[in-house]
Design a protein around this ligand. Structure first.
Ligand code: SAM
Length: 286
């Protein structure tokens, strides 16, 4: 072919809001299948590596997944003397489980992902994250997280709700019923952390989630992280415990694991919220 003829660049566009789209240059579509829950796609990109999209929304990229997965895992883990039994709801790419499985004291990591196609896509095209699926301490269950927490008789030191946005199968994961069942399977000293959307586009959802946590838990907090591929750049995690007076920004132990992002200063800084966010959620924090 005439070398002067340039092949047009291909793009994958996340239509996050009508007024806000994010486009990623792509080299190849590696996976595309529709499950009963969502369209699951993986694209190979020149800058972000392989990227997973569920229903057209960016879930993880190989380039920046360390931000989300280190912040959802090591902030709560450093607030507990040890983590023996961890439950992950969602988390189908495997990145959160990979970080949890690094703790030598861990006895078991139970991951409950509703969509087998996300697991299949991650196994094939996100190997640095789905490496966790083969870990001997990994207990991977394909089920609705709502059903699992309602029926389990197990108790967990740490529960991580690593879910998609509050639409489709993830919608009930942002509801009061779910957190009553979470409360029932969380150990007395345990901590629950949840994907809590973004202060720039979903302040109402953050307030709703924190209000629900405030009803069930004695300590409630919120912390922020900043990655490349979530719209607006700043997103949050909620954090809650049955124990009162938790000082969320003060780790109780040093995490002696190699990190790409997490350190004590990042941990403390994550709880320093912008004024517009702090003012709107202050009533729910305790
Ligand atoms: N880090 C990503 C984010 O912030 O959007 C999410 C990671 S992971 C891809 C989210 C997973 O939650 C998806 O694979 C989705 O299938 C799963 N999920 C959604 N609703 C669920 C439910 N009710 N039970 C279990 N998993 C669920």
């Amino acid at each position: 072919m005439d070398s002067s003829v340039k092949t047009p660049k291909q793009w994958m566009t996340e239509k996050f809001q009508e007024y806000y789209h994010l486009s990623y240059q792509v080299e190849e579509k590696l996976y595309s299948k529709r499950s009963e829950f969502q369209l699951v796609e993986v694209f190979k990109t020149p800058f972000f590596g392989n990227m997973l999209f569920n229903d057209g929304l960016a879930m993880v990229s190989e380039k920046d997944e360390f931000v989300y997965h280190e912040m959802i895992s090591h902030v709560p883990a450093s607030l507990l003397p040890s983590i023996k039994k961890v439950l992950i709801i969602g988390g189908g790419d495997g990145g959160t489980a990979r970080e949890i499985l690094r703790y030598p004291e861990l006895e078991a990591c139970t991951m409950v992902e509703i969509d087998p196609l996300v697991i299949e896509a991650a196994r094939e095209f996100l190997p640095t994250m789905s490496v966790s699926f083969n870990h001997p301490k990994m207990n991977l269950i394909v089920e609705d997280g709502i059903k699992f927490v309602k029926e389990t008789s197990e108790s967990f030191d740490l529960i991580l709700v690593d879910s998609t946005d509050p639409i489709g199968p993830a919608q009930p994961l942002f509801g009061p019923e779910f957190y009553k069942d979470i409360h029932a399977c969380l150990s007395p000293e345990g901590i629950v952390v949840s994907q809590a959307e973004t202060p720039y586009f979903a302040m109402d959802m953050q307030k709703k989630l924190l209000s629900i946590l405030n009803d069930s838990f004695k300590s409630v907090g919120l912390y922020n992280y900043h990655n490349l591929t979530y719209p607006g750049g700043t997103w949050s995690f909620s954090i809650a415990s049955k124990k009162p007076n938790m000082t969320w920004d003060k780790p109780v132990r040093d995490i002696n694991l190699d990190m790409k992002l997490y350190n004590k200063a990042i941990h403390q800084g994550a709880f320093a919220l912008p004024e517009f966010q702090k003012q709107q959620i202050a009533e729910f924090l305790k």
